[in-house]
Write a protein that binds this ligand. Structure first.
Ligand code: ADP
Length: 412
């Protein structure tokens, strides 16, 4: 069976075609600048690579171009669109309605629409991607896979905020968490890798990328995670500030600065402050680059702001690990994943420094240069520390396959 995985943004559509026999990637690509001048598609199929510059006005045209390329005699990997058995869509916010992936029908689309207020930037784009694929592949089943679903097992004490309860009851203001597909994949994969059952395991997953989140997974179920109502909460990230006193919003709104640090001369709206906290903060706001590699290089040269940004990130991860170990009554496995977690060995080393009190000892030799699936703790470490590369596309494809073949998702 061949499953197409689609991740639609407001002006982009990423895709990957996976042959589920052996879970092999056949082709992948991205349509960029949809509806904007300079739209183009980048496509890769094994050795074959192409950039197609074309006017692409909407998501339906993007989906059409994707299919045309997938069946193209030169660039394609299938001879007919009918070879695509199903499409799995990444959807950001499933609110409290979706605890697992679902086959897309009218009710599911309405529920995704109902979550627009919770994911105003992503959910409308995700739905556009679904509707575009429905139009160009009317006979092919579509599945929605939610970034929030894995975290729906959190108990109320973990997901409630201390604002008046009616905000949760009437407006669903609570912690949801994101990167759920990655946390689910890694929590399953690490147990396969270690040849153990998730039952009885207390796992902490550190998904560290442009966006970063940690989760606490006990007996295979998420019991807490660091992102909240939106992906802004939690760790310092590439451009997001992470958790801070909510009163900072009011203070910055009333006392904004321009790029040179001088008073702006007007107040900012709440939306403007949130944009600043989402897009201009984090590593970018402290060290001047959102990319951890740049920050590391600057820190190496002695740049004080880069050193500080790195310390803040590392300290934040350490504090979450400590708090999740306390929440679960201990920890058995710590996993590092995503761009930084998989590749940045020196950051992993700093995070795991002085963690013997938890029973965790990193093997610095095994850790150095490790970018693949591996155990990086010492043999006598009570906590197994692992690097587990994430693969959200495979997880989406597996759910899609399960739903269209058996009607339910295995191992949710
Ligand atoms: P996203 O959250 O957008 O999927 P990634 O998971 O790719 O992003 O993470 C991006 C971060 O990972 C960047 O800060 C980057 O510095 C870091 N990163 C990605 N690849 C590498 C690498 N090969 N070596 C070191 N750092 C990397």
């Amino acid at each position: 069976m061949k499953i197409l995985v689609v991740n639609a943004g407001s002006s982009s559509l990423k895709y990957q075609l996976i042959d589920m026999e052996g879970e092999k990637e056949l082709a992948k690509g991205v349509v960029e600048r949809i509806g904007i001048e300079g739209s183009r598609m980048k496509h890769t199929a094994g050795e074959k690579k192409a950039v197609i510059n074309e006017v692409i006005s909407n998501h339906e045209e993007a989906a059409q171009l994707m299919l045309k390329t997938l069946v193209d005699p030169e660039l394609g990997v299938i001879s007919s669109v009918d070879e695509i058995d199903a499409v799995g869509h990444r959807v950001l916010h499933g609110g409290n309605k979706f605890t697992a992936s679902v086959i897309v029908d009218d009710a599911a689309k309405q529920a995704i629409r109902d979550c627009f207020p919770l994911g105003p930037l992503h959910n409308p784009a995700n739905l556009m991607g679904i509707e575009a694929c429905e139009k160009v592949m009317p006979k092919t089943p579509q599945v929605a896979v939610f970034d929030t679903a894995f975290h729906q097992t959190m108990p109320p004490k973990a997901y409630m905020y201390g604002v008046p309860k009616m905000y949760e009851e009437k407006l669903h203001v609570r912690r949801y968490g994101f990167h759920g597909t990655s946390h689910r994949f890694v929590s399953r994969r690490v147990c396969e890798f270690l040849n153990i059952s998730p039952v009885g395991q207390r796992i902490i997953i550190c998904h560290l990328g442009n966006g970063s989140s940690l989760s606490a997974v006990k007996d295979g179920k998420c019991v807490d995670t660091s992102m909240g109502l939106t992906p802004l909460e939690g760790l310092l990230m590439g451009t997001r500030c992470g958790s801070c006193d909510p009163a900072v919003v009011q203070f910055v709104a009333n006392n904004p600065l321009d790029k040179d640090g001088n008073p702006l001369g007007r107040k900012l709206s709440v939306d403007e402050v949130l944009t600043l906290m989402n897009k201009e903060s984090g590593l970018q706001g402290i060290a001047g680059s959102s990319d951890c590699r740049d920050v590391d290089a600057l820190a190496e040269k002695g740049d004080a702001n880069a050193i500080l940004a790195r310390e803040m990130l590392i300290y934040g991860i350490k504090k979450y690990i400590g708090s999740y170990a306390a929440a679960m009554g201990g920890v058995d496995i710590i996993c590092f994943t995503a761009g930084i977690g998989e590749n940045n060995d020196s950051l992993r080393e700093e995070v795991m420094k002085d963690m013997e009190f938890l029973g965790a000892r990193l093997d610095t030799d095994k850790n150095r240069g490790c970018r693949e699936e591996a155990i990086v703790s010492t043999e006598d470490s009570k906590v197994t520390v692992c690097v587990i590369p994430t693969n959200e596309e495979i997880m989406i494809a597996r759910d899609t396959l399960d739903l269209v073949t058996t009607g339910k998702v295995r191992d949710n």
